[in-house]
Design a binder for this molecule. Structure first.
Ligand SMILES: [Zn+2]
Length: 336
């Protein structure tokens, strides 16, 4: 069987005609397999949804009880038959519950890795390399200029700033699912045990991470009910990046704006966003990790879904691995 007969791109996303399912569809479909809970991959309104328990829970938290017609939870490593196609989920190391989806039929194995990273992250299960014929990878940071530093070094910059500017509220922009919890956990692992204040938009997901056994320490709502301007003097406040662009942030004491994202490597982006303290913390592979993963997985073919496809396709070809860009649209990750 040609790989395209088992899985191919359509406007709604990757589609398996034999199993009659889409992977991470960008529009409502009859049956969806979902890699993880970020809003560009996990959308509401599908008929049947197959995903890890944690991804299903996250979708429910974000979209409400009736986010889909019916749901089926799958364990990592469990083999599930979908209309004669075998699917199996493996950890992707991206956010809590995130999975790669291995699709198998008649000895052909296609692995949709979704979004993934290789660095250490105590807030989710680590990426597992899965042997396959076709490896489908993202390329969010698929250019040789992208090298992500050690995240603990980035948190070190924050802790230094807190000492330098003990009066200022340190406002950290971090996406609500995954990045925020990882940043809080990193801060704890770097030895900071003061209360950390969170924007209301993060509350339910932080509660869910804690319910799942991810230790986040003393976190409290960043509400300014008391109207005491000194209430958050020198405190760490975490919120979604959008919150820091409106009046909410300005009510804090001499706010110092930080932003945790892989894009903070690009000085221009930090400048444009008015970010005083860029923290290069990414939940995606950098360039060396993409190459390392392809070498480790050893596929006979690579398909690149979204991001900076061309450089990665070119690199694969130079290694003698056939590769092609899929130019999938609708995946600009909220958790970059
Ligand atoms: Zn993602």
């Amino acid at each position: 069987m040609k790989p395209e007969a088992l899985l191919h791109p359509t406007p709604a996303g990757l589609f398996c005609p034999i199993g009659r399912f889409h992977v991470d569809p960008v529009r409502p479909v009859g049956r969806a397999l979902i890699t993880h809970g970020h809003s560009d991959h996990a959308r509401a309104g599908h008929g049947k949804v197959l995903a890890t328990r944690q991804t299903l829970d996250i979708m429910r938290i974000r979209y409400g009880e009736d986010f889909c017609g019916s749901e089926q939870a799958v364990e990592f490593g469990e083999r599930v038959e979908v209309d004669g196609v075998t699917v199996c989920f493996h950890p992707a190391g991206h956010v809590l519950g995130s999975a790669q989806i291995l699709i198998q039929k008649d000895g052909l194995r296609i692995n949709v890795s979704g979004d993934y990273k290789r660095g250490t992250d105590p807030t989710c299960a680590s990426f597992e390399p899965v042997a396959c014929d076709v490896f489908i990878t993202e390329a969010t940071f698929g250019l040789p200029v992208f090298h992500h530093p050690d995240p603990k070094g980035e948190i070190g910059k924050l802790l230094t700033s807190l000492k330098q500017f003990p009066e200022r509220s340190h406002m950290i922009g971090a996406y609500a699912l995954g990045k925020a919890q990882r940043v809080i956990r990193l801060i704890r692992d770097c030895g900071y045990h003061e209360p950390i204040y969170i924007h209301g938009a993060l509350a339910r997901l932080c509660d869910y991470y804690r319910d799942q056994g991810i230790e986040l320490g003393d976190i409290r709502p960043a509400t300014l009910e008391k109207k005491d301007p000194d209430a958050f003097k020198g405190a760490v406040v975490v919120g979604p990046p959008s919150a820091f662009q409106d009046r909410w942030a300005r009510r804090f004491n001499e706010p110092l704006i930080a932003f945790a994202s892989g894009w903070m490597m690009v000085r221009q982006r930090a400048k444009q966003g008015g970010v005083e303290l860029p923290l290069v913390i990414s939940d995606h592979c950098d360039w060396p990790e993409l190459l390392e993963t392809i070498r480790e997985v050893g596929p006979s073919e690579v398909w690149v879904t979204h991001g900076r496809e061309e450089a990665l396709v070119r690199w694969c070809e130079l290694q003698g691995i056939p590769a092609r860009p899929l130019h999938l649209v609708g995946y600009e990750d909220e958790g970059d």
